[in-house]
Each structure stands twice: as structure tokens, then as C-alpha cells.
Design a protein. Structure first.
Length: 122
């Protein structure tokens, strides 16, 4: 009885180790997605009768400016250092949006090349 139990425990442990090694082999190398951001973009100050409409227009302005700054698919959800400010001016609502447009890339961009130490001295 005691030998049978020890055998089952050893078999279970060996099965777990083999399964773990097989799963690592099958997965291979894992690449992590990275968030890549552009410099800060400030949208136009937009006016509307309601705050909701002013916010919507300000966000649309920010998206358009972000596209012109080189971000193919800018997303406010992914933006870094984002701010949305609204004020009531007279009977109008004015809103402005600013933030760094970001995107998710599956492959990290290559870092800039560092100058050669010999080139710095000349």
C-alpha cells in the first residue's frame, strides 16, 4: 500500500514536469506588445451648446491632429498624459483635449543608434 502511494506521487510529479516542459516547448518565444507614443498633441478649442457635443468635437479634433502627427490609428483610450478640459463661456461650452497619441505594436521599434564613441571626440 505504502509503495503504491509513493509510486503515484512520483508519477504525478514526473507528469507535471514533462507537461510543463512540453508547454514551454510548444509556446516557443513569447513576444510582448508595446505601447508606442508620439509627442503631445493639442486639439482645437471646440464650442457647442452642450458639454457632451463640445467634448465629442474636441476629441474628434484631437484625433485628426494626431493623424497628421503621424499616428495611423490614434485612440483616446491609449493616449498618454491625456487631459480634457471644459468651461462654460456665456451660453456655450468650450472644450479642449490634449494628450500623447499612442498605439500598440506587436514588435517594439528599434532603438535609435548610439553614436560611436570615436565620432564624438572628432
Amino acid at each position: 500500500m505504502q509503495i503504491d502511494r509513493a509510486y503515484r506521487i512520483r508519477s504525478y510529479g514526473l507528469t507535471m514536469i514533462v507537461g510543463f516542459c512540453a508547454s514551454i516547448w510548444l509556446i516557443g518565444s513569447a513576444d510582448a506588445a508595446v505601447r508606442v507614443c508620439k509627442p503631445l498633441v493639442v486639439g482645437q478649442i471646440e464650442q457647442a451648446a452642450t458639454e457632451k457635443d463640445a467634448k465629442r468635437a474636441a476629441l474628434a479634433s484631437w484625433v485628426e491632429k494626431s493623424k497628421r502627427a503621424g499616428m495611423e490609428y490614434p485612440s483616446w483610450r491609449l493616449a498618454n498624459n491625456r487631459r480634457l478640459r471644459c468651461e462654460v463661456v456665456g451660453r456655450q461650452h468650450e472644450c479642449v483635449v490634449l494628450g500623447q497619441p499612442c498605439t500598440i505594436r506587436q514588435v517594439a521599434p528599434k532603438p535609435p543608434l548610439q553614436p560611436d564613441a570615436r565620432e564624438i571626440g572628432t
